[in-house]
Write a protein of this length. Structure first.
Ligand code: GLU
Length: 442
């Protein structure tokens, strides 16, 4: 037993990937356990033999680990407790709280009111009379969910059941089983459902629902946990960003969980991810983009470590995913990946002459800057001097250079960009862009 004695569990069925809703439930349990100095246990509810697989279990464990959660003790596999479930059912049968019908064991629902103080929904009550008797052991002697979950929660010494509010109507059945067994029930806290922006229950129609998909799309685990825990929980102040799990544990309490459903807002998650990327060190980001750089762009990050790091530092505040960091780094390392975006095309269409004039002047002018002088401050001064001499606004010089070097109109400051790309490569790109013609759009 731990000092607080708090024991919670996450009890996924290994019949699919780790859903973001499941991950959020796991996170609330984990945070509560860590906050109270208790234990967070995992129970794999693998009673559906047809659909449960080891691969799915592994995907769930990997997802939890990726999100920064650890668990205490051994994994519990529900399927291994079959005999125990049968014994408990027989015991209930003997005490008259259940009866046989068609070879199945049926639980006799009591008529009384079944109520509890929910950690989230406050007083919740159901009339036992309104709930029909139900099967606890099927004719093949396998237990049903509402029965095995109680048996396992008792066996595991669970003190708080924190789970989705879709289970609210299961709780009176489970309470009745606790009563029949003469065991004090744990505390219950039901967390609100997660909806899509249209107010409907979150599903694939709204986008990715698997934690693994977000991982593959270039989201950082820190941003993901931060985002997930704000789905239905609020710290009671305006704080939204938590840069590590310790901060989250510190801020968390069950009191902050809200009754109303939460909205999965991908724009917010993406923004949050950008915040995390901006604050990540190259040493943290490089390992996360290495394989994308190698596979998609044929760039060996280890062989070009200094160059990659410099580029990462320059682009991390303007990227929303690690995949986009990798793309921006690739563009800076290799001109082959320049793709002109719509705004760049527009500029070429509208003022090809001005574009070329600026680049011609810039090429001549920048050629004069020495290798040693190819530094952020020197280039800043140099570009300003050029704009002044040509009597052009700074933007009229900067934007063509930016487009020539990246293909787009948004990047780090141009002087910084020139340093990241390097003198020779920058000049090559500027000269190459002198030959660009606007793409004729259809
Ligand atoms: N396997 C159940 C689920 O995934 C567990 C529910 C519970 O926590 O009791 O919904």
């Amino acid at each position: 037993m731990t000092k607080s004695g708090t024991r919670v569990r996450f009890a996924p069925s290994p019949t699919g990937f780790l859903h973001v809703g499941g991950a959020r439930t796991a996170l609330f349990n984990w945070l509560f356990a860590r906050k109270t100095g208790g234990e967070f246990l995992l129970r794999i509810e693998d009673t559906d033999r047809q659909r449960s697989t080891d691969e799915h279990t592994q995907v769930i464990l990997d997802g939890l680990t990726w999100l920064g959660m650890d668990w205490d003790g051994e994994l519990v596999f529900q399927g291994a407790n079959l005999e125990r479930h049968q014994q408990w059912a027989d015991q209930i049968l003997e005490t008259g709280h259940a009866y046989m019908n068609d070879d199945a064991v049926w639980f006799r629902m009591p008529d009384e009111t079944l109520a509890w103080e929910d950690d989230v929904y406050e007083t919740v009550s159901f009339e036992g009379k309104g709930i029909k008797d139900w099967v606890i052991l099927r004719s093949d002697r396998t237990p049903t969910y509402n029965f095995s979950v109680v048996a396992d929660d008792i066996d595991m010494g669970i003190t708080h059941v924190i789970r989705g509010s879709d289970h609210l109507s299961n709780t009176p059945k489970q309470l009745a089983v606790y009563q029949a067994l003469g065991v004090d029930p744990p505390a219950f806290g039901h967390v609100p459902m997660i909806h899509g922006p249209d107010g409907k229950k979150l599903s694939k129609r709204h986008g990715a629902t698997a934690v693994g998909d977000y991982r593959r799309q270039g989201f950082l685990p820190g941003a993901m946990t931060n985002f997930l825990c704000l789905l239905g929980w609020s710290p009671g102040n305006d704080r939204e960003l938590y840069f590590n799990m310790d901060e989250l544990v510190e801020a968390f309490s069950l009191d902050g969980i809200q009754k109303k459903s939460a909205v999965f807002d991908l724009t917010k998650l993406t923004w949050m991810n950008g915040q995390y990327l901006s604050r990540s060190l190259p040493a943290e980001l490089v390992p996360l983009i290495e394989s994308e750089l190698a596979e998609k762009y044929g760039i060996d990050a280890a062989a070009r470590a200094a160059h990659v790091e410099r580029a990462v530092l320059a682009v991390r505040t303007r990227a929303r995913t690690t995949l986009n960091v990798a793309y921006q780094v690739a563009v800076r390392l290799d001109a082959a990946f320049i793709e002109r975006d719509e705004k760049a095309e527009k500029m070429l269409r509208q003022d090809l002459e001005g574009f070329r004039h600026a680049l011609e002047q810039a090429a001549r002018h920048l050629e004069q800057v020495s290798e040693e002088g190819w530094q952020v401050e020197e280039l800043d001064a140099s570009l300003r001097a050029l704009a002044e001499r040509l009597e052009l606004g700074l933007g009229k010089i900067m934007q063509p250079i930016r487009i020539a070097i990246t293909g787009g109109t948004v990047s780090e400051a141009v002087n910084e960009l020139l340093v990241v790309v390097g003198k020779d490569a920058s000049l090559r790109r500027i000269r190459a862009a002198l030959e660009w013609e606007p793409t004729v759009s259809g």
